[in-house]
Structure formats: C-alpha cells, structure tokens
Ligand binder design. Sequence first.
Ligand code: SF4
Length: 203
Amino acid sequence: MKNTSIFKKKICECTKCINLVKSRSLAVPGYGYPDADILFIGLAPGRYGADKTGKPFTKDASGKIFQTALSLSDMSMEPNGLDQREELLKAYVTNLVKCNPRDEKGNNRYPTSDEVENCLEYLHDELDLINAPVVVPLGKLSTEHVTGRKCKKLSSLHNVPIRMEKFWCVPFLHPSYVARGAYSRETYFDDFRSLSKFVRDNK
Ligand code: SF4
C-alpha cells in the first residue's frame, strides 16, 4: 500500500513561503486514492474552499463544479467515504501550490513564481508516488508545469491528450473558469465524461 503520510507531514509543517504562511489557514496536501487511476492538479487552495476544509476542490464554487463533474463521470476521490463502488475510477486531487495565496485585500491571488518553485518538490513527490497513468492539470499554470512548455491559450489544449514519458497529460480548463460563466457547464461535464472514457481505455 502506498504511503502518502510522509510527504503530507512535510507539507503540513512547511514554512518555506513567508507570505503564504501568514495568509493560509492551513497547508493543504493532496487527497484521494493513493493508487489513483487519474491525478488532478489545480492551482492553489481557495480561501472559501480548501483553505477551510483542508481538502482540494471542496465547498467553494470551483469545488462544487469539480465534485459534480467527478460524480457525473463516475470518478471518486473518497477512499474513506460512501462512494466505493467497483466501477468508479479512483481519483487523487492536489494543487500546484499547497497554501492559499491572498492579496492585500484578502482575496485569492495567483501564486508568485518563487512560491510555485518552492512547492514543486511536493508535487513531484505526489506525481512519483501516485504514479497515475493519466494526469490532468487544471488551468494554464499547472499545465505549463506538468508539460514543461509555455502555453499561450489553454482553450486550444483543453481535453487534448499529450503523451509524456510516464503518463498521459490531459490539460483541462480550471473549474473557476466555468464557475464564472466563461465556458458552458454542460459542455464541461460532457468533457469529463469523455475524460473518464479515456482513462478507462488507458489505465
Ligand atoms: S506553498 Fe508549498 S512551499 Fe510554500 S509554504 Fe506552502 S507548502 Fe511550503
């Protein structure tokens, strides 16, 4: 059985980013099945969601869309929950940066490049240990770090599989983009259904 507790402890005790240690309520490691079929990578914990709950993509607007998309496409990230049916795909969900970045007004902001750099070792730990056959970066910054390439327009890469050395990378638009109405919810849910089929065909 894979043991995620070693890097979870390191993340929870991490104080590398002075500003984020001040703004976060808690550091948020990834969550889900250690032997996942699919690994999602968001940007950072949101102030109304993961920064309060300690679980990526829960409670806030992005989390609600993400959770609905998972459930409609037969994926689960609840290894200890009720959803343990055999046919469900196992998901693991994490963020590029594990602490909530806020601006001077207390709103979510993008992490700085130094903050991303500081946190990358934890993402690499997660990628290595989980070793999922399909990795889905959510949003532009996560896609750039997973693929190692600059990405001008994420919409042109959305839901297009890219073969990497150890896994398939399937970039996706971030749920916050959908939450603010820039992309149709129904189409996004359909995209998750096609992603689910892709994982089943490639796991
Ligand atoms: S964002 Fe990452 S590197 Fe920075 S303090 Fe949080 S856990 Fe540490």
